[in-house]
Design a protein around this ligand. Structure first.
Ligand SMILES: [Zn+2]
Length: 272
């Protein structure tokens, strides 16, 4: 994210990503990111020197500029605006808006949690030409943390394995298995370990599917499809409340297709 000069802000409307605590500010009653001129946002004017430009992805170069403001702990008092949780904001977003919110939030989270050097404790400053913070006392430089996770759809004949995790108790949602990659482990090894730990079975024929950044707070989900090989379901009770083989035509409540979990499930059941 780059620092924004006054002339750039005056040049035209931009898309605004305004964060307050762990929430995103949207115009009341809307789900789209606001597209505004700077002069339409008077409640932000004392954050003028904190406006950052989110560098567009290569395939997004035709979009208007995306500006990011982090209000930190301040609760905005802006009529006609409301704070929305990030999970709510991305659950209603299309894929482009999902990506934009996810990237902006990961940068904001990075800057909030790297204000001091982890090596010597001095205050850091943001590097203006790349996404990093620099300590000028010991020269240590930090980049945004990215935590690799595997996510896997397991197929057995005309059924798919779906599990209800402890976090989904209230929504009754069943999803594919997922977990963090451990230090020193390959993605494939992580799939085999995670599946065996969580549901006690063995899988084979791993096929890479696709990847998706997941901003809670900085995961990179790497999706696989795998075939069941052997074993009976044995659930890791601290993480999994329920898991079962579901017929493709008779699925429980599953994640939305904006998430890679939803895309994996969709790919498996439509492939047959
Ligand atoms: Zn330092």
């Amino acid at each position: 994210m780059n620092i924004v000069h006054e002339s750039e802000l005056a040049a035209g409307a931009g898309v605004w990503l305004i964060f307050s605590q762990g929430q995103l500010l949207l115009e009341s009653g809307t789900t789209n990111l606001p597209k505004k001129h700077w002069h339409e946002l008077p409640f932000l004017h004392h954050y003028r020197s904190d406006v950052r430009l989110l560098k567009p992805l290569v395939q997004q170069s035709s979009l208007p500029p995306c500006y990011v403001v982090d209000m930190g702990l301040e609760t905005p008092r802006a009529q006609g605006w409301e704070e929305v949780s990030l999970r709510t904001a991305i659950s209603t977003a299309d894929s482009e808006q999902f990506e934009t919110i996810a990237r902006a939030w990961q940068y904001v989270h990075f800057l909030r949690t790297h204000r001091f050097c982890g090596k010597c404790g001095a205050a850091t400053t943001q590097v203006d030409w790349e996404m990093a913070v620099q300590c000028h006392q010991c020269q240590h430089r930090c980049y945004p943390r990215i935590s690799p996770c595997i996510i896997v759809a397991i197929v057995r004949g005309n059924t798919i394995l779906l599990a209800k995790g402890v976090r989904h108790q209230s929504t009754n949602m069943y999803s594919t298995l997922a977990g963090f990659v451990e230090s020193g482990e390959s993605l494939e090894q992580a799939v085999h370990r995670e599946v065996f730990e969580e549901v006690g079975i063995r899988v084979e024929n791993l096929r890479y599917f696709s990847s998706q950044p997941w901003p809670f707070p900085h995961s990179l989900m790497m999706g696989f499809i795998a075939d069941y090989k052997s074993g009976e379901l044995r659930l890791e009770e601290n993480e999994i409340l329920d898991a079962d083989w579901f017929e493709f035509g008779d699925l429980p409540n599953t994640p939305p297709k904006v998430s890679i979990a939803g895309q994996l499930i969709d790919a498996v059941i439509n492939r047959q």
